[in-house]
Design a binder for this molecule. Sequence first.
Ligand code: NCD
Length: 329
Amino acid sequence: MATTTWTRRHILSLADFVSEEYNTVLQTAASFQEVLSRRLKKVPSLQGQLVANLFFEPSTRTRSSFELAAKRLSADTLNFAPGTSSLTKGETILDTAKTYLAMGCDMMVIRHKQAGVPQAIADEMDRLDSRVGILNAGDGQHEHPSQGLLDLFTICSLLDPDRPHLELLEGKKIAIVGDILHSRVARSNIWSLTATGAEVHLAGPPTLVPQLFADFGTGRAGRLFLHWTIEPALQDADFVMTLRLQKERMDQNLLPSLREYHQRFGITRERLKLCKPNVKVLHPGPVNRGVEISSDLMDDPEFSLISQQVTSGVAVRMALLYLMGGGKA
Ligand code: NCD
């Protein structure tokens, strides 16, 4: 296990993560990946600690993955379902969080459709001097740090399974294609990938890749490029990350049609010929099959890292809970 002096109580954003923190998460996750390959996939690290999953927005993999991660670390878990909670009786989100605090919660994993909710709960917990750690599991269009970290881990551990670390991405070309505008996953990935020496290329229609994203590259170790056609982003790429078209977040008519989107920006076998021969494709899920990626490509293990991302998610979330819970070598 990596020796660490982890100082972050909350994990809310990757914008200010530093290299040592990324490498600590990657190495700790690699140790847990090994634990998860054993027959007995459980360690006692968080025995006696309580982790609450507060998901105010739908989720399949993130919620299950955090719950499983907490259980594999022997923590007790509570799952909150907004539809059957006192929220329906007018209780505020902060009061819901304080209820879990009063039950002795040590960490809260929070997803909300509004950007800034996990930060607001973290501020309140700090104001109350509670020592509770808050983990952002996706807030509006803002950030999804654990997804950014698991994508980074998936890529780095493909390059070196024994010692995944940031420096492996030096000189690699990574394309992020699709609905960047509405994607918290894209934002967290832009922060993590530009913290390495990689070249990060964003591609999508101008309505979904606005010019303001160019600012994300300022002062970063890696370089960031924007494209409104897909070819220059895919040319010689080592990794292609495609994103779901977030129809629920599109309130204006930002696209002519899904068919046309697929024709112009869909990831297909034909298009991958532009990339490096051993290119790999990532997608955070859930997938609109045949829109952002062709259905057969999604299922092809030669190219697709989608199930590795899900598997890595558990190890990475174990690492985050472990580090926040005060875990050391
Ligand atoms: C993403 C999310 O909810 O932000 N999914 C996930 O957590 N794996 C991406 C999405 O909804 O498209």
